[in-house]
Design a protein around this ligand. Structure first.
Ligand code: HEC
Length: 120
């Protein structure tokens, strides 16, 4: 018979090393962002560099030309605002120029925010 406790313990042991190795690696969902965003400070693509974005104010990256609506949003990129924005960029900041529909899965939003926190 399947023992649920043993099964969970085995799963935890098997998954733990993977989680440790992957701590600072981008989650799969971040691949969609790479088309427009670089993670090195000062390097911009279609979108601004995401280095240091966590905890910063909207429009944080120097040398990048943001839309007026984006700058005027006054948002600070904490967990709550990032979660809203990444799920629905256009709904969160109407008229901003990030041409991205949004991440549909909450677990992808959480994984991407966790990764953004590691970008200094
Ligand atoms: C098609 C290109 C494109 C894609 C794909 C895209 N972005 Fe953006 N992103 C932009 C642009 C352009 C802006 C600037 C918006 C403005 O100025 O109105 C932006 C702005 C941002 C900002 C605000 C930065 C700041 O300094 O205020 C964050 C955070 C962000 N994007 C995260 C992401 C994440 C995470 C993904 C993937 C889930 C993603 N973006 C996908 C183009 C894109």
């Amino acid at each position: 018979m399947f023992n649920k406790k043993v099964g969970l313990a085995v799963a935890a042991i098997l998954l733990a090393p993977v989680a440790a190795v992957a701590a600072d690696a981008p989650p799969a969902a971040f691949n969609q962002c790479k088309a427009c965003h670089k993670v090195e400070a000062g390097k911009h693509g279609v979108g601004p560099s995401l280095a240091g974005v966590y905890g910063a104010k909207a429009g944080h990256a120097e040398g990048y030309k943001y839309s007026d609506n984006h700058k005027a949003s006054g948002l600070t990129w904490d967990d709550a605002n990032l979660a809203k924005y990444l799920a629905d960029p256009k709904g969160t900041i109407p008229g901003n120029k990030m041409a991205f529909a949004g991440l549909k899965k909450p677990e992808d939003v959480a994984a991407v925010i966790g990764y953004l926190k590691t970008l200094k």
